[in-house]
Design a protein around this ligand. Structure first.
Ligand code: AMP
Length: 528
């Protein structure tokens, strides 16, 4: 089954209902369907054939959905590129995927021209007239439109999801039609059962989680409403919720939820239509989650997954959030339970399954797991060894199957031979009434190998001392986990997908050290 069939069905059942909305623009399901067939037909008319890659780098807009479904219709593989990347990073993904076409916004034109040689041989389409690029409108010529989606087998690839590359060059996780269908069904079954006509709002990049949740929205004939602005503006978001009577915010990064909490003015907008906000992609600290539920109600739905196993491995429904909070149950700090059709557990360093409560790497298996990375057999073999996806996330399952994520394996701090998970320390620091945000990591230390270090953002107008933070931690945790030192900053760097860039902060402390992994006294290596 070709994933395009979901759009065909929605267009037949609800032809005049709105499918895509942004500002004053409303695209009906019939128009969306016809426009996607036009994009697909025009791409094939360029000489592309089944399995060829088409990259896009576009700010959130209905065009993204038309391109994605156009590629599905034509049997092409769509390659969404994070719209915040530098032209050279875009070029890397285009080159690595072998994309023959790049569809991009006018805002990238200068960067592309400056790095023109990197885009040689790539046919470009731009949202506005631009040198060396065809007008995007050319892809909508009805004369070359397909009459229907092409046949596709479940294992045919349809999407390359490039990982954010925090541990080296981005890798393209391959998705096929079966996976995407599972993603759609799983989302509806386990996380939020979107209903026909429901208003689903996107305020996070649609090349990532938000765009994936646009797929079950289409499958149900609901509306994908897209925020106008590329930047995240809480007041504009809540005004849109009020104006469109939004019932579901497709996806928010935890940093967006925290910003929403900080800037929320009760009563300014009627947001009573809001029934679900899906979040994930990074940890949210329990204290922030509790405040969010107190402020906005039990509307939060957590997902835990990764590009290699999209939406998702585990999840926590809105109802479960409320039950756990009401019961004062510490499981509210977990990433929820394994979803219906996924297998997952933790393994030790030799890939042996671990019993509940023991810490190891999370592995997962099922139809939502990728068949591998694009053109990267070594990374594929490593990630999928033994038939299980090795997530690189460290955590444990409790006896009721709730997953507690501690950290990325590579973020663990080894201090004096003890393992310290930065998230544990961050969860405590964030409880301090004068702390707005924080990040914890290991820094090189002559004696400890690595020392736990905290970088803290005080709340506006507040000042704190390192001693106060360290003593505060001492009330909650073993001495070896307490930060040895604390620095204060006004804000923390955040990725295009809203994740706090712990490694970027940490790297400044590791300059001049060859190794990023401590190993006890004497581990410090000075580059010559
Ligand atoms: P990406 O492939 O960019 O979606 O990043 C996936 C990674 O984000 C996962 O491997 C986790 O490290 C992290 N992540 C995703 N969801 C959660 C969650 N609910 N809680 C904590 N970390 C998460």
């Amino acid at each position: 089954m070709n994933t395009f069939a979901f759009l065909e069905k929605a267009a037949r059942q609800r032809p005049d209902a709105p499918a895509l909305v942004q500002g004053d623009e409303v695209v009906s399901y019939r128009e969306f369907h016809d426009r996607a067939l036009a994009v697909g037909g025009n791409l094939l008319a360029l000489g592309l054939g089944a399995g060829d890659r088409v990259a896009f780098c576009l700010a959130n807009s209905p065009r993204i959905m038309e391109v994605i479904y156009g590629c599905f219709a034509a049997g092409l593989i769509v390659v969404p590129v994070n719209a915040r990347l530098h032209a050279r990073e875009i070029a890397y993904i285009v080159g690595n995927s072998g994309a023959r076409v790049l569809i991009h916004g006018a805002e990238y034109q200068d960067g592309i021209i400056e790095n023109e040689t990197l885009f040689e041989g790539v046919t470009r389409f731009c949202t506005e007239p631009a040198a060396g690029a065809n007008p995007l409108d050319d892809l909508y010529d009805p004369a070359r439109a397909l009459t229907a989606g092409v046949e596709a087998k479940p294992e045919d690839l349809c999407w390359l999801f490039y990982t954010s590359g925090t541990t080296g060059k981005p890798k393209g996780a391959m998705w096929n039609h079966r996976m995407v269908r599972c993603v759609i069904m799983n989302y509806l079954a386990d996380l939020h059962n979107i209903q026909p006509g429901e208003m689903v709002l996107h305020c996070a990049p649609m090349s990532h989680g938000s765009g994936i949740i646009a797929l079950p929205t289409v499958a149900r004939g609901a509306v994908n409403a897209i925020m106008d602005s590329a930047s995240f503006d809480v007041d504009a978001l809540l005004a849109t919720v009020e104006r469109l009577k939004v019932s579901h915010i497709a996806f928010m990064a935890p940093t967006q939820i925290v910003k929403m909490l900080e800037e929320y003015v009760p009563g300014r907008h009627d947001i009573s239509s809001l029934k679900a906000i899906c979040y994930g992609g990074a940890p949210i600290y329990v204290d922030q989650l509790r405040k969010a539920v107190e402020t906005f109600g039990s509307i939060f739905v957590q997902l835990y997954g990764q590009g290699e196993s999209p939406i998702t491995i585990t999840g926590m429904s809105a109802r479960l959030h409320q039950e756990l909070l009401d019961a004062g149950d510490a499981r509210i700090g977990s990433a929820g339970q394994i979803r219906t059709d996924v297998e997952a557990h933790c393994v030790d360093a030799d890939d042996n399954p671990l019993p509940p409560g023991e810490v190891g790497e999370v592995v997962a298996r099922g139809d939502v797991v990728m068949p591998g990375y694009w053109a990267n057999p070594e990374a594929t073999a490593e990630a999928l060894r033994g038939g299980w996806l090795h997530t690189g996330d460290v955590g444990y399952f409790d006896e009721r199957g709730f997953l507690f994520l501690l950290d990325r394996a590579k973020d663990m701090v080894i201090s004096g031979g003890n393992n310290v998970y930065p998230r544990e320390v961050e969860e405590v620091i964030i409880l301090h009434p004068r702390v707005a945000n924080c990040v914890v990591f290991g820094i090189p230390d002559e004696y400890w190998g690595e020392a736990v270090h905290a970088v803290v953002v005080p709340k506006p107008g507040e000042t704190l001392t390192a001693r106060e933070i360290i003593d505060f931690c001492g009330e909650y945790m073993a001495g070896y986990k307490k930060p040895k030192a604390v620095d204060f900053v006004a804000e923390l760097p955040v990725s295009g997908y809203g994740k706090i860039l712990r490694r970027e902060v940490r790297d400044r402390y590791w300059e001049g050290h060859a190794s990023r992994i401590g190993g006890g006294a004497g581990a410090k290596v000075v580059q010559g």
